[in-house]
Ligand binder design. Sequence first.
Ligand code: AMP
Ligand code: ZN
Length: 433
Amino acid sequence: MKYYNEKIETLPKDELEKLQYQELKTLVTRLFGNSKFYHDKMKEAGVSPDDIKSISDITKLPFMKKTDLRDNYPDKLVCVPHEDLVRYHVSSGTTGKPTVVAYTKNDIELWAEAVARSLTSCGLSNKDTIQVCYGYGLFTGGLGLHYGGEKIGATVIPASTGNSQRQIELIQDLGTTAVACTPSYFIHLIDVAKKMGIDLNKDTKLRTAVLGAEPWTDEMRKYIFEMSGVTAHNIFGTSELSGPMFSDCSELNGMHICGDIAYTEIIDPKTGEQLPAGEKGELTITVLKKEAIPMIRYRIGDITSIIEGDCPCGRTSPRIDRLQGRVDDMLIIRGINVFPSAVEHALLKNSFLTSHFMIEVSRKGPLDDMLVKVELKPEAMTDSINGLIEMQGITERTLRDALNVSARVELCPPNTLPRFEGKAKRVTDLRRL
Ligand code: AMP
Ligand code: ZN
């Protein structure tokens, strides 16, 4: 099956815009009438539902930020009676205090529909066995992929994170064809399988990984394929939007944000102006149908761009490029902006390195100092001092060329740097401590 919901996923663009407009108008009218928070916010911005006459009028509406959720902790933004709520999730607090998200039955249904479409676009179906190795619980990853997987009729294994040897045994014993987890956990699973003497490509049926919850790169996708024969797809979401929702398709070139569910804008983080397709800025999403805690023009804080042009897969919803990281993940090293994902991108250009790395930033006198620790592949380990110095020099040069700022490199033996079951925490910024 190519699409989960063909009619809506391939809707002509003008019809999609009409639908988006209708949904937005209904949402804004409802919120203006029944939510003090949204009513006050719109009044303050001098806008009322009557001002929304087409989808492009969305720019008249005020933005929402994570602080709106924090300031209204735990549930002051809930717009439905408590009887209508069926679930709470609490964000992992990627950047500070966690936020609470509430769901009605329809919200859960919409979320599962989005994940079902995403999993189908990753090539999965009721023939697949999906092992969900995202955390189950307050984090949205586990249950999000679980419900979406069941919706497409796949056999779902709620493995959750951790107990990695057991994960590999399950992959073998239950004939798992797809795994969903963070990219950093997946590369850990590859290592664990190797140590157990299992070749994921030859000894298991695993062919697909649906990876998200943290930034990763195309180089990582290649690395994963080389190491395991598994095709890695990117999936994105945030707890405020409901959880993981939107993924790339068979083209592996950008994630489709289902247009009937969410309206996508990229804005200039400084001015708030909408940016055209192709230009990088802050991802801003309006979930058009959310009931419990609607999100209008939510500034997610992740930097990306809308990919220009139609996708050969036939889906008409906009595609966003890989997320580079959140505005607040960005390190400023001697005045130069550095995203940890750019470090990963550069490191994996060297075939002797793995994707296990850590970044330590400190201040040496008046200057910022960046130390990148990275593990060598076992086959690259050598006793030759000259060999090590050469690899270190090459790595330092690739980093300098890619980042425009120099970094010191420490090559580490295999299996010496930390592994992560959930989101990786690769940066220690001693300047902030
Ligand atoms: P949470 O609210 O804890 O679910 O975290 C959501 C955040 O995780 C997003 O705003 C992104 O910064 C990050 N994230 C989730 N999925 C991806 C992805 N596929 N690529 C890059 N970052 C991601
Ligand atoms: Zn596509």
